[in-house]
Design a protein around this ligand. Structure first.
Ligand code: AMP
Ligand code: MG
Length: 313
């Protein structure tokens, strides 16, 4: 590594530790990196991309040992990791009980996607920063994925503290995503590792739609807490737990007393979990403004409030 590169990595590490965003190259595309253990930093990633929904993000790690601290590996998962890491393969596995990664990165799910990227600059950064980084493609939502540092500077230059330049990406398409959290492995997204190569190790993979539905967004009520959810509440009715937003005299748990949608997004999933206790009739949520991350928050809350599959109504 050159001295110049080392200085850039040091800058990137300081920025990440301060909760800022850093773009870095991987073998697939450039990632918009943030400290995955900080709810606020993860919320900023969604804000910078301008996505109207919270898609779960991939935690990037320097090696298998680091990944084993975040998620519970099965034998099959370990076989795939040994065969394809570092490389363009993402594994979805159950979060460990003390997984330090923000629930917002899991979009409220019990699972987390993990990957070890095959790029020297990405690996140097991950080792130097010493904590997992989320890193979705570094482009505004709906635009093309960036495969050069210049693409990132053009599209998101004002939102990132540092852009590490590793030249053009070698693979140029996203990672293959395999969900190993259920009974059978499921291919959630085709990508840089051909499905045939995975079949060669595990046998034929199920496609999404075969077997139980697990992919986010496929079920309206996917992100539902156990308790019912009531939207646009002015106050809690008897038996309900109130989730407040904005300045209010209520002593209830408040997503953002200042009315900041980025702060509210950072708190959303952990606060829903805190209120989701047996015995309450519903979690009632005060109105969230429909701008910026408020749209993604409302999308998730509407799913949580949607009629449940298997419920009587
Ligand atoms: P990107 O970060 O843009 O490469 O996209 C991440 C991909 O991984 C998306 O297709 C997500 O839906 C998928 N993904 C990430 N985490 C999970 C998870 N916990 N369960 C299912 N799919 C996931
Ligand atoms: Mg993308």
């Amino acid at each position: 590594m050159t001295a110049a590169t080392r200085i850039e990595i040091d800058e990137a590490v300081s920025a990440l530790a301060a909760g800022r965003l850093v773009a870095f190259p991987t073998e697939t595309v450039y990632g918009l990196g943030a400290d995955s253990t900080s709810d606020e930093a993860v919320a900023r990633v969604y804000e910078a991309k301008g996505r109207p929904v919270f898609n779960p993000l991939i935690a990037h790690l320097p090696d298998l040992a680091a990944a084993e601290r975040l998620v519970v590996f099965t034998d099959a998962a370990r076989r795939l990791a040994r065969a394809f890491w570092p490389g363009p393969l993402t594994l979805v596995l159950p979060r460990t009980a003390d997984c330090p990664v923000s629930l917002l990165a899991s979009a409220g799910l019990e699972t987390l996607a993990v990957r070890v990227p095959d790029h020297p600059l990405a690996l140097s950064l991950l080792r130097a920063v010493g904590r997992p980084l989320v890193a979705p493609s570094a482009n505004p939502s709906g635009q093309l994925s960036p495969t050069t540092a210049q693409h990132v500077r053009d599209a998101l230059g004002n939102k990132v503290a540092v852009v590490l330049d590793g030249g053009p990406c070698r693979v140029g398409v996203e990672s293959t995503v395999v969900d190993l959290s259920g009974e059978r492995p499921v291919l959630l997204r085709p990508g840089g590792v051909p499905a045939e190569s995975i079949d060669a190790i595990l046998g034929p993979l199920a496609m999404p739609g075969e077997g139980p539905i697990r992919s986010p967004g496929q079920l309206e009520s996917h992100y539902a807490p156990a308790a019912a959810v009531r939207l646009n509440a002015a106050e809690a009715r008897p038996g309900e737990a109130l989730l407040a937003f904005g300045p209010t005299s209520s002593p209830a748990l408040n997503l953002s007393p200042a009315g900041d949608v980025v702060e509210a997004a950072a708190n959303l999933f952990s606060y829903l979990r805190r209120l989701d206790r047996p015995g309450i009739t519903a979690i009632s949520v005060m109105p969230i403004p429909e701008h910026g991350l408020g749209r993604a928050i409302n999308d998730r809350l509407r799913r949580a409030a949607a009629p449940r599959p298997g419920s009587a109504s």
